[in-house]
Design a protein around this ligand. Structure first.
Ligand code: GTP
Ligand code: MG
Ligand code: ZN
Length: 301
């Protein structure tokens, strides 16, 4: 049977199969083949053999289409990939138009992580019921202009919920954003039987389970299926280990200008004939995004 890993913890894997959710262990041979931590992660497609009504054994992890992964330090100074979620179709970045205040710097960080992983981003501008519509659009205009899709929603009035649902249906989505922006409220609006706890300080998806640090996939009961990943860890993904060149690339509107500066190792800060700075001056790159970029570079240095 083939299945999808919904949750992984302490050597146990909960795998959704046509026979329901099976609690699985790994076949011994698999453990020897790969490093313990990323043999199987949530989102992985696995081949399992059922051994009892509720249990199975994972025989094989199928190749991953995409991953959301950070670079962790491995042994002897080598990098190793720390895969958080496999087979991700999109990263859904939830922001609030207000309460809490919209922080472009934070959105830019999440976008860098998304671009670094070569994943699609979907920006959700929630709580539009609390602000003027024109103001909401002005907050996200830059992002729409550089090609990100922005959906304006209100978990309270239902605005944009059907559109968001259509984007989640049939896909594997990682949903993230700072606390209080309305992630759980939006998912509840899409699928009321999820009954996720909502509050400013929320234990949300882990209510009633034994830990608050475990990542898991929530299957959507929508017409086309789909999964939403709740990964507590993603909030802590720093930008460390993304090289300066990679950071340039992660600001997607910089791409046409990269390689056009007079100095090939241009920091885009003070060098003469800098194509990126020229683009900022003529308005092709906004001052805000450029500022975000500089700050992230300083964090790197
Ligand atoms: N007015 C308004 N309030 C909302 C909306 N969406 C969520 N809220 C409120 O905002 C608060 C936080 O919502 P949550 O859904 O718990 O936020 P969260 O992003 O899941 O937060 P964490 O689980 O802490 O990361 C709750 O009091 C919600 O009722 C909205 O669209 N409009
Ligand atoms: Mg929540
Ligand atoms: Zn430059």
């Amino acid at each position: 049977m083939q299945g999808t890993v919904l949750r992984a913890q302490s050597g146990f894997f909960w795998v959704q199969t046509e026979a329901g959710v099976l609690e699985c262990r790994l076949r011994g041979r698999l453990k020897k083949e790969r490093l313990a931590t990323d043999i199987a992660v949530i989102g992985d497609t696995v081949r399992v053999v059922q051994v009892s009504p509720q249990q199975g054994v994972i025989e094989e992890v199928l190749p991953r289409r995409t991953t959301l992964a950070r670079r962790a330090s491995g042994s002897r100074g080598a990098w190793k990939e720390d895969v958080l979620v496999a087979n991700v179709d999109q990263v859904v970045l939830v922001c609030a138009c207000t309460a809490p205040d919209f922080h472009p710097r934070m959105l830019d960080r999440y976008l860098v992580i998304t671009e670094f992983n070569a994943l699609d981003a979907l920006i959700v501008a929630n709580k539009v019921d609390l602000v003027d519509g024109a103001y909401a659009h002005s907050l996200f205009a830059t992002y729409e202009r550089v090609g990100y899709r922005v959906i304006y929603t209100s978990a309270k009035t239902g605005l944009g919920i059907a559109e968001l649902h259509a984007h989640l249906a049939g896909r594997m989505s990682v949903v993230t954003g700072r606390s209080g922006v309305g992630k759980s409220s939006l998912l509840n609006a899409i699928q009321p039987d999820l009954c996720l706890a909502t509050s400013a300080v929320s234990t949300a998806l882990n209510k009633g389970r034994h830990t608050t640090t475990v990542a898991e996939l929530i299957p959507l009961a929508s017409y086309a299926g789909g999964y939403v990943a709740d990964t507590p860890g993603i909030r802590e993904i720093g930008l460390w280990r993304i090289s300066v060149d990679e950071l340039d690339w992660c600001f997607r509107e910089f791409r046409p200008f990269l390689g056009q500066c007079a100095f090939h190792n241009c920091s885009h800060r003070h060098e003469p004939d800098c194509a990126v700075r020229a683009a900022v001056e003529c308005g092709d790159i906004t001052a805000e995004r450029y500022d975000s970029y500089l700050r992230l570079r300083m964090d790197e240095a």
